[in-house]
Design a protein around this ligand. Structure first.
Ligand code: HEM
Length: 571
């Protein structure tokens, strides 16, 4: 009897399972093999997409290298198309990787369909605790515009120049820490010092708060930097920004630390608001980025407080992390490029005088009337910064339009037009910045002169010189959109001028005072006499390549291990 009843039920179950299986299979085929079949891509597996392939490519080199390095190898094996697909579902959205600056520009510029450029991808929950849900990084359209408008004045070049004394004072503490390492002669993580510097600066210029990020012993570091460091550390091995449901405990830790930062920021914003609205605000306090953003606010409502705190959180993170990476790479590239170091030293001596190894002299000169003009005259240093950001871009941007939404995202490339709806559109700076079609055979080399005019000619290689005086900036050397470390268009980086000022000052202070020597990865390959040897690219030969890893942004994998010594002042 029971078998008689069982048969139809079993048949129904089997039929349902079969229907569901066929449905799922069709969906899978649709997603894996049809949805983005129009985009160039390596062979994809029905079940795994490109996940397995990605794992295989990962094994080709250092496992902890930045995913951009893996993507670059895939790109090369595909014949370097302007755009291609990497399908890592279900770990992330399918990713349309943009490797060509003309395509990137179509995404980042305003258009008829997208007034403020193609929208940002949905917020990444893994960085939610660091920047806060109301961060301008996550907003779109008019709500983004309103926030950006509120904070723009604080980042205007003119306003930033008024903050010069505070940036220089923080740089003096940086010198003090380096002097200590020079005295001991130890191997240290330069990143720890540069993040201390940039964190201190952003705390001072944004809020007029001493974040005490440059204390000699880590136990004496300020509260903020310790919490931030702990939070950033949770991203150390999170190569793929794994979804929260795969890392629930990490997610909870991040939330807890994020809350601690918010509480501290709320107290600061309340105090600064009250001070500002009192009859006589302190002169320094009233010039900060925070103060300017509060100028037109009469009532500090909970909504305004939350929004303000999340922007400050964003500035604290975005403002210290990327700029410290830039300074790290500048120190490293200069330490292994004698021609460029000589040119920087000559420029600093010309602009700041023969005693520019003395930080006190540099400070006095930069703070004297007209000091800010000196910063604008640093043509060679500026080229070094451009070149470091070209070769070692810390961040990129990810955009997205949903399928079947009102406006679609179609880009025109040398290989045809592509609709990108439903994919993460990843403007990959590492690929764009090393495009041989733009930067030629020296695309992978550190060559600051490519940004400069020498005797009326753009120097793209050959006849190197270290005479900085013959260089002037070359604004039209390359298509503007081919260099985009700060991104372009309305959603470009609000802090790019600040980063530039910080990096210029840091390089100017370091150039004639110290000699840096890399330790560990990227160390110089000395000859039998113990001397470094210059290779064809004008750089000292090294034993191994130093590579970036991912810790939210791209960072030198070893924290830029260095030794530093006081340089001999020129006779
Ligand atoms: C070398 C240093 C820096 C680099 C390479 C850099 C790079 C970038 C990039 C690529 C973006 C676009 C991100 C995206 O679309 O998701 C961006 C946006 C942003 N950056 Fe920077 N940044 C640097 C320094 C700074 C500094 C010093 C600050 C200061 C507080 C800052 C604050 C921001 C903010 C708030 C945004 C969002 C802007 C918006 O959406 O309107 N950055 N940055």
């Amino acid at each position: 009897m029971s078998s008689l009843i069982g048969h139809p039920v079993q048949a129904l179950v089997v039929a349902s399972l079969l229907t569901i299986s066929i449905f799922l299979f069709t969906k899978l085929v649709e997603k894996r093999h049809k949805q983005f079949a129009h985009l160039p891509q390596l062979p994809t597996s029905l079940l795994w997409g490109h996940l397995q392939l990605f794992a295989i490519y990962t094994k080709h080199g250092a496992q902890d290298r930045h995913p951009d390095g893996i993507i670059a190898e895939m790109h090369k094996d595909l014949g370097s198309p302007p755009i291609f697909l990497v399908d890592l579902r279900p770990i992330s959205y399918p990713m349309a990787v943009v490797a060509d600056h003309t395509v990137a520009e179509q995404i980042s510029r305003p258009s008829k369909d997208f007034q403020y450029s193609v929208p940002k991808s949905p917020p990444n929950p893994s960085v939610g605790a660091l920047i806060g849900p109301l961060s301008m990084l996550n907003h779109q359209n008019e709500s983004w515009k309103a926030i950006r408008r509120r904070f723009n004045p604080g980042f205007s070049p003119n306003h930033l120049m008024t903050l010069l004394p505070c940036i220089i004072d923080k740089s003096m503490l940086f010198v003090k820490r380096l002097d200590q390492h020079a005295e001991v002669g130890d191997v240290f993580r330069l990143t720890d010092l540069t993040t201390g510097l940039t964190f201190d600066i952003i705390g001072a210029v944004a809020m007029d708060v001493d974040l005490e990020a440059q204390k000699p012993e880590s136990s004496r570091l300020g509260d903020f930097i310790r919490i931030f460091n702990e939070l950033i550390q949770t991203h150390a091995n999170d190569n793929f920004h794994l979804p929260w449901w795969l890392t629930p405990f990490m997610y909870m830790t991040r939330r807890r630390l994020g809350k601690l930062i918010t509480e501290r920021l709320q107290a600061i914003v309340r105090a600064k608001f009250n001070e500002l609205k009192s009859s006589s605000p302190d002169a320094q306090s009233s010039r900060t980025i925070l103060a300017l953003s509060l100028q037109d606010i009469d009532h500090l409502s909970p909504a305004v407080l939350d929004e303000t705190c999340d922007q400050l959180k964003t500035f604290l993170f975005a403002g210290h992390d990327t700029t410290s990476v830039l300074i790290d790479w500048a120190v490293y590239e200069l330490s292994r490029t004698p021609r460029a170091l000589k040119a920087v030293q000559a420029e600093v001596t010309t602009l700041l005088g023969p005693d520019s190894h003395d930080p006190g002299v540099v400070r006095a000169k930069l703070l004297s009337p007209g000091g800010e003009h000196i910063i604008h005259q640093m043509a060679y240093i500026s080229a070094v910064i451009r070149e470091c950001l070209r070769l070692h871009p810390p961040a990129g941007t990810v955009r997205m339009t949903m399928p079947k939404s009102e406006s679609t995202c179609v880009v025109t490339t040398s290989r045809g037009d592509y609709c990108l709806d439903g994919a993460w559109i990843y403007l990959n700076h590492s690929l764009i910045h090393r495009d041989r079609a733009v930067f030629g055979d020296t695309a992978d080399e550190f060559w600051p002169e490519r940004w400069l005019v020498q005797g009326g000619q753009i120097n793209t290689g050959g006849s190197p010189t270290s005479d900085a005086s013959v260089f002037t900036a070359a604004p039209g050397a390359f298509p503007q959109s081919a260099w985009r470390p700060f991104e372009r268009g309305p959603r470009n980086c609000i802090g790019q001028e600040l980063a530039n000022i910080e990096a210029r000052i840091a390089i100017a202070i370091l150039a004639n005072r110290y000699t840096f020597t890399k330790a560990g990865l990227g160390e110089l390959d000395l000859d039998s006499r113990g001397w470094p040897e210059v290779g064809d690219n004008g750089q000292y030969k090294v034993k191994s390549e130093l590579y970036p890893t991912i810790q939210i942004t791209a960072k030198p994998v070893d924290g830029m291990l260095m030794k530093v010594a006081l340089a001999q002042p020129a006779a």
